[in-house]
Write a protein that binds this ligand. Structure first.
Ligand SMILES: Cc1ncc(COP(=O)(O)O)c(C=O)c1O
Length: 378
């Protein structure tokens, strides 16, 4: 049974008492006051073709072409035959774990990172083995921890590029070293790029969808790229050496054929839905940058907390003094100041003293929230 944790219980109690909670954990882009082109979206979903059923296990070719157009605009040539559509990135992970691992086989995952891996792996009887990201003038992959984590049962290594919530991209040198490890030990790469386009830096980050050195499964989807999580369409792009890619695609097609999970209306609307990124991404980035500036202004007025460097994504990590556990801190914060922020341990930070703030929070709510947060911590 799913039991609410102490933090969500505290949020519920404060709300039930009639107090408004400033929510700095917002991750649902449909609820932060940034809307796409409503008419275009609704028109695209009322195509007469939705009345027909003509399934393709990998996804309708028109929808896959919309995805390859997205990549080619980034300067990355992806073949639509190498794409498999899924209802979400989460489902994409399940397909890949199913494909690569027998019960008890191992997949290496970064720590800290996105908390859903644990549930996804458990559902597929896959063992997760963490490797570390360390913070030293920015986030880096701790390669010795990968070496220690590799075993005979390792089937894949997961990268989140940029990682959630650290906002760190895999740099070219790390990419080279990871490819070498995959080739040496014969495991595959699974790369989650849902936040790829949300870079805070001018430098270009090349997608792993065009990684040719190792068998690579790159995951992304409408949920973050077009800020449309409710549409439930994502994709797996398979790249790497020809023969393993061909075999993987044949087997993925069988898994996808078993479920045929992406609805026809969404696939038929995929082009228009993906187009929403043109208006949504700049508006989200504007929000993210404004909130980051506001956070830095507040941080500039005190000496006990610092923000960790962030290169991309929707989150900021703040290092705070360890006067109690992060969980106790966030529970007190919500009870005393009506501000909700995530504790680092939700993302598997190895120690206390980290808070995660969502930068897509509406600006006024964010400003008031961080004012109260640092007022409380001072
Ligand atoms: C890093 C990362 N990957 C995947 C997902 C889930 O994406 P989807 O909605 O496509 O399942 C999320 C959701 O927040 C995420 O943060």
């Amino acid at each position: 049974m799913l039991v609410p944790n102490r933090f969500s219980k505290a949020v519920e109690q404060v709300r039930a008492s009639g107090r408004w909670v400033l929510d700095l954990t917002a991750s649902n882009p449909t609820r932060v006051g940034i809307e796409g082109n409503e008419t275009a979206i609704l028109d695209a979903l009322t195509n007469r073709k939705v009345l027909d059923y003509d399934p393709d296990p990998k996804g309708l070719i028109t929808a896959r072409r919309a995805v390859t157009d997205y990549y080619s605009e980034r300067g990355e040539l992806v073949d639509c035959e190498s794409l498999v559509l899924t209802s979400g990135t989460s489902e994409g992970y399940s397909y890949i774990f199913r494909l690569l691992a027998n019960p008890g086989d191992e997949v290496l995952v970064p720590k800290p990172s996105y908390p859903l891996f644990e549930f996804l792996a458990e559902l597929e009887d896959t063992q997760l083995v963490p490797y570390a990201l360390i913070y030293d003038h920015g986030w880096q992959i701790d390669f010795p921890s990968i070496e220690r984590a590799i075993s005979e049962r390792t089937r894949a290594l997961v990268l989140v590029n940029p990682n959630n919530p650290t906002g760190s991209y895999v740099n070219p040198e790390e990419r080279h070293m990871i490819n070498r490890l995959c080739a040496e030990h014969g495991f595959a790469l699974v790369v989650d790029e849902v936040f790829l386009d949300y870079s805070h830096e001018p430098s270009r980050h090349v997608s792993f969808a065009v990684n040719h050195q190792a068998l690579t499964f790159t995951l992304s989807g409408l949920s973050k790229i077009a800020a449309l999580p409710q549409m439930k369409m994502a994709w797996i792009a398979v790249s790497g050496p020809q023969s393993p890619v061909r075999q993987a695609l044949e087997r993925l097609e069988i898994i996808a054929d078993t479920y045929l999970s992406v609805s026809a209306p969404v696939q038929l609307a995929a082009g228009v839905l993906l187009e929403q990124r043109r208006s949504m991404q700049p508006r989200i980035m504007e929000r993210v940058e404004a909130n980051l500036k506001q956070l830095d202004r507040e941080l500039g007025q005190q000496h006990s907390c610092v923000r960790l460097l962030v290169s991309g994504g929707w989150y900021a990590v703040v290092r705070v003094p360890v006067t109690r556990s992060d969980e106790d801190l966030v529970v007190e914060l919500v009870r005393e100041c009506s501000v909700a922020v995530h504790p680092g341990h939700f993302y598997d930070f190895p120690e206390d003293g980290f808070l995660v703030l969502s930068l897509i929070t509406p600006e006024q709510e964010f400003r008031e929230g961080v004012e109260r947060l640092f007022g409380f911590l001072m």
